[in-house]
Design a protein around this ligand. Sequence first.
Ligand SMILES: [Zn+2]
Length: 356
Amino acid sequence: MSLKLKPGVVWGDAYKALVQNCKENRFALPAVNVVGTNSLNAVLEAAARNKSDVIVQLSNGGAQFFAGLSLADKHKAMVLGAVSAARHTALMAEEYGVCVVLNTDHANRKLIPWVRDLVEMSERSVKQTGAPLYSSHMLDLSDEPIEDNLSVCEDMLPRMFNSGIALEMELGVTGGEEDGIGQDIDEVDNAKLYTQPEEVLAAYDRLSGLGTIAIAAAFGNVHGVYAPGNVMLRPEILKDSQALVQKTHGLVNNPLDFVFHGGSGSDPTDIRAAIDYGVFKMNVDTDTQFAFAKGVGAYVEEHTSAFKYQLNPETGAPAKGFYDPRKWLREGEKSMVDRLNIAFQQLGSVGQSVAN
Ligand SMILES: [Zn+2]
């Protein structure tokens, strides 16, 4: 029987069922970073159009921006912006009729208090409404020794699991930089761009009994889009990791839930291979940022005078119909939807929504 879930933000067992369904049917969902209701609504619109479920995520900076950059208490803005985005998503996902995995993106040691406060907000939410605010949170201690990485995850995971929240953790290093976390690709020790299967096994051994985990294993992926030749993806690292964990623990095929960071600009063949090896989530940020900007940019270029004069200097006609923010922001949204149509197709999730 095919899986059916209530539209909205999924968490706990529904999250696990949704992830399992992706892997069994060999497709993945795009995880799209949003910074406000424009990009968030565009993601929901694209998901609904493609009859696919989707992953919405906020980086720490995205969450702060969601709350407003003028707020003096940056930490509080990051927490409240993430809460605001969660409430908007919960309300609207139901209306758009799709299932949404809501995630916070990279959090290094400095950002643990952000995640901790969000987990606390979810605990309160569970008491009030029965549901947490987020489906999952990422902890990215990948620039620290693996022992420190695993012990932080070990410490946080049980509490998250209690509220039905999954943990995404990173092993090895995704090259490039995402919202201030990470480093230039030429500064990273090359070996760290490729996770060792033994590290994945170690993470599985330590963490899988404590809650729900997804692993962002580095296989040469980088954040951002670079000229061809700078990135060498080796998805077989994921395959070897699955095989090692499967063999060691006598499990079914593809026991691990993998996450593909730095999906923008990736080769469709590598994407396909990664999905075959258990990737259910591919992050797209750079390409959708560019798409939004491109849509707005083209509109501004076409109606330059409306962005300088309230009345058209040649005809004297009011330009309100052109500079109304709904006009140009909508062009950004539409262009972002167009880019996401490609992502849903590449990931094979078109028509695969489990929302009933
Ligand atoms: Zn990332």
